[in-house]
Design a protein around this ligand. Structure first.
Ligand code: NAD
Length: 360
């Protein structure tokens, strides 16, 4: 298989972690006979330094022409004084909207070797955690009308949460397609006992479910979902929800599986369009250039690209299994270090994972 990948190395630890993820992809290509052509797409603070803007047009074009985009992280104190419109993070927002990605996929997966780091009770953690949150990314209250007005001598602030049927429908299709490649269970999370937008959400998700008769759909109120995620996360396979609820639940989910350095995410749009793959953390300027960053979040983001954009499930699994093996053998970067384990740097962690893939 031949695929083109746009690479945004970014700032801070971005170049270190993307370097390791790209080397892992090269190992996958060598082992399984694929060809991945890389195109650099500068974005973030480094792009401000070189081109005066956080997302040059040429970079967006490169991303749109690719089969998938791999992003490290952008930003850092050097660019904090930039005007709001020209901050590195603005580049990221422009990239997401330019790529038309409307679904954020956040896996909550516990690697068996890291069970001890799980803040949940042992008997809960031992049942395993392996679900994904599919969050709507471009609608809802974040994108509704925001206004503050004076009424009867005091300020009143209003934020509007609205959803159209097509926004809900296209997201629900992504969630069901994901579930069909997994354990075929979709939990739609809403607040239909209070919100009109949630009642429409429920109706549309139920209509979409008819296209996936093998999948099991259930509904859960968001307050209950927040409790169930810490009470018994093993009950979930795919959670699908709107923007604000998804923001909160996906962060809750990432807390129960370990370090911020371990977690990947994907942002997807319509089928056939490139997806955006990145770790959930930022550019960690405090440890940049010191070979201390954990590259696993970015390596797992590359695995998600193999699975969701290239349809290479076997290869994606090979990467995830390699990560699990290295952790099981005791290799740990500083952020996930435990007593009795072997400390390794960013480069060594990447090398061990590649070795496992080649040996596997
Ligand atoms: P951060 O995620 O960069 O760092 C928070 C803490 O986690 C730091 O102590 C850091 O050292 C640690 N950490 C993060 N990733 C790690 C990894 N892979 N391995 C080991 N430790 C890791 O968040 P922050 O400090 O709030 O933000 C730093 C910069 O990143 C800011 O400029 C911010 O705007 C930017 N940012 C970018 C993105 C993105 O590019 N998607 C996301 C969040 C923040």
């Amino acid at each position: 298989m031949k695929k083109s990948i746009a690479v945004i190395r970014g700032d801070g630890i971005g170049p270190e972690i993307t370097g390791e993820a790209l080397a892992v992809l090269e190992a996958v290509a060598g082992k399984f006979g694929h060809e991945f052509a890389l195109q650099e797409a500068p974005m973030g603070g480094n792009a401000i330094d070189r081109f005066g803007v956080p997302l040059p047009e040429e970079s967006l074009r490169t991303c749109l022409a690719s089969d998938g985009v791999l992003l490290g992280a952008v930003g850092g104190p050097k660019w904090d004084a930039q005007p709001p419109e020209n901050r590195p993070e603005k580049g990221l927002l422009r990239l997401r909207s330019g790529m038309g990605v409307y679904a954020n996929i956040r896996p909550a997966r516990m690697f068996s070797a890291l069970t001890a780091a799980c803040p949940l009770r042992h008997e809960t953690a031992d049942k395993g955690i392996d679900f994904i949150v599919v969050r709507e990314l471009t609608g809802g209250v974040y994108f509704g009308e925001h206004r503050t007005e004076m009424r009867d001598g005091e300020r009143i602030a209003t934020d509007v949460m609205s959803y159209s049927e097509h926004e809900i429908r296209r997201l629900a299709h992504i969630a069901f397609r994901m579930a069909m490649g997994r354990r075929k269970k979709v939990t739609s999370v809403d607040k239909a006992n209070v919100l009109t937008s949630s009642r429409l959400w429920r109706e549309v998700v139920e209509a979409v479910a008819k296209d996936y008769p093998e999948a099991e759909l259930s509904h859960m109120y968001v307050d209950n979902a927040a409790m169930q995620i810490v009470r018994d996360p093993s009950q979930f396979d795919v959670i699908v929800t709107e923007n604000l609820f998804g923001d909160i639940l996906s962060d809750e989910a990432s807390q129960i599986t370990g370090s911020i350095g371990m977690i990947p995410s994907a942002s997807l749009g319509d089928p056939g369009h490139p997806g955006l793959y990145e770790p959930i953390h930022g550019s960690a300027p405090d440890i940049a250039g010191q070979d201390r960053a954990n590259p696993i979040g970015t390596i797992l983001a590359a695995a998600m690209m193999l699975r969701h954009s290239f349809g290479l499930e076997f290869e994606a699994k090979a990467v995830e299994d390699a990560v699990n093996s290295v952790l099981a053998e005791g290799g740990r970067t500083g952020d996930i270090m435990e007593e009795g384990k072997r400390p390794v740097g960013c480069r060594e962690m990447g090398r061990l994972i590649r070795e496992r893939i080649q040996a596997g």
